[in-house]
Design a protein around this ligand. Structure first.
Ligand SMILES: [Zn+2]
Length: 99
């Protein structure tokens, strides 16, 4: 049973609409160069990752662990104040980790 993007927007392994979880890396002050610019508003935004669609059936804990492991090897590790996990379907906060 392989789960793919159902909305048709994403050709990738994750999708901003269909992915089950969203991870937000809230950066410390002074790291605007690591943020991305919202093309509509021109504002700096914290980096966001979405969970991998084919891993959706895994537990919250194991998905969090995998994403935190990837985060720990990313350029964001020294620049992040905390990490928040959201349920990407109902937009509620699940967990928050100080870094
Ligand atoms: Zn989708």
């Amino acid at each position: 049973m392989s789960k793919r993007c159902k909305c048709g927007i994403s050709k990738s392994v994750f999708c901003s609409t269909c992915s089950r979880f969203k991870m937000v890396m809230n950066l410390k002050n002074g790291y605007d160069h690591l943020k991305f610019v919202n093309p509509n508003t021109g504002q700096f935004c914290n980096p966001v990752w979405f969970s991998i669609l084919t891993k959706d059936h895994h537990s919250v804990k194991s998905i969090e662990t995998a994403m935190l492991r990837r985060f720990s090897k990313s350029q964001y590790i020294g620049a992040t104040r905390n990490v928040q996990f959201y349920d990407n379907q109902n937009k509620t906060l699940i967990n928050e980790y100080p870094i």
